[in-house]
Unconditional design. Structure first.
Length: 326
């Protein structure tokens, strides 16, 4: 696998990215775009093994730092899912400008909380995305933040947000908080794990509390209910970090081809190591099946009033497997 540092622009800000490709490239590549997960960075070691598997299957992979994080420009430490979605859409556009990419064969991969949720949002927002993989996702930001807290803590959190809104309109500035301690509440497993230690010391330690308002409004579940793009969802049974039912709800809501993989007898962070050899081939298989150029599009109206449906005829692939739940 070759790794090349590249850059593009998102709403005027320079985005730092890594473009990973097979060692030998024969013609334009099908491509996968990935924005990092919650507070993640593009060069996290956690992502490398997924990228190695995807490039071995003939894909190029673009992973980048969101605006304001890592090596990208932009307002530092602004945690904004809305901006992240803009960055992802602009990343897709960047891929279409590359001569070594088949612009008609682009997919999305996202893992880790909002990383998983963002893959769903991108697939809904951008019809150029042929398929998406959403691993241990957040489906509903309000529910996510609520379930991290006891009820009295939740009510105090909401009161603090309202107080901060008043402070901002009165003074022009609100409170700064630690994103992993005062917005997300880490589980004991998160405090103990070293799986993200290589990037943990480079995440912002202080961001505006106002960023929590965007997390409260974060709703990949609404996007999933409209989604006809093929979607693979990967969850963890009994997940204390991104609740299991978030993955299940996204899978149930999606309207197009879909698959659910449930990892059992493990925990949120341990699953990355325990089951990556099992889940990674399924991720590659899903993207390989659906991220293909469309040669012919057929539009069909079944009867008056029922509307028009579209079907793309692509290069032959294996028959779609039945639903897989593990």
């Amino acid at each position: 696998m070759k790794s090349t540092e590249v850059e593009f622009y998102s709403e005027g800000d320079r985005i730092a990215a890594i473009w990973r490709t097979p060692d030998e490239v024969d013609g334009p590549l099908r491509a996968i775009v990935q924005g990092p997960g919650w507070l993640g960075l593009k060069d996290a070691k956690l992502y490398v093994r997924y990228h190695e598997a995807l490039t071995a299957a003939g894909f190029g992979v673009l992973v980048f730092d969101y605006r304001g994080f890592g090596d990208s420009a932009g307002d530092r430490g602004i945690l904004s899912p809305a901006r992240q979605l803009q960055d992802l859409v602009n990343a897709v556009t960047y891929l279409t400008t590359r001569d070594d990419v088949d612009a008609d064969a682009i997919g999305a991969f996202g893992t880790g909380g909002t990383g998983g949720g963002n893959a769903v949002l991108l697939a809904d927002a951008d019809p150029r995305v042929k398929a998406a993989v959403s691993q241990v996702p957040v489906a509903d930001g309000t529910d996510w933040l609520h379930r991290m807290r006891q009820e009295h803590e939740w009510l105090a959190f909401l009161a603090g947000l309202e107080e901060d809104r008043r402070l901002r309109v009165a003074t022009g500035a609100g409170r700064l908080v630690h994103p992993r301690e005062e917005i997300m509440v880490p589980t004991p497993e998160r405090r103990a794990t070293t799986i993200k230690a290589d990037v943990d010391d480079r995440i912002p330690s202080a961001i505006p509390l106002s960023c929590a308002d965007e997390i409260l409004a974060y709703r990949p579940i609404d996007a999933a209910s409209r989604l006809e793009t093929p979607l693979l969802v990967i969850g963890v049974e009994g997940d204390a970090t991104t609740p299991t039912d978030h993955a299940e709800r996204l899978y149930a809501a999606a309207k197009g081809p879909k698959q659910l993989i449930m990892q059992r007898h493990t925990t949120h962070y341990a699953a990355y190591d325990r089951y990556w050899t099992e889940t990674t081939p399924l991720i590659v298989d899903w993207l390989d099946r659906y991220v293909r150029p469309s040669d012919v599009e057929v539009r069909t109206t079944r009867s008056p009033g029922q509307g028009e449906t579209a079907e793309r005829l692509e290069a032959p692939v294996e028959a779609t497997r039945s639903e897989v739940v593990r």
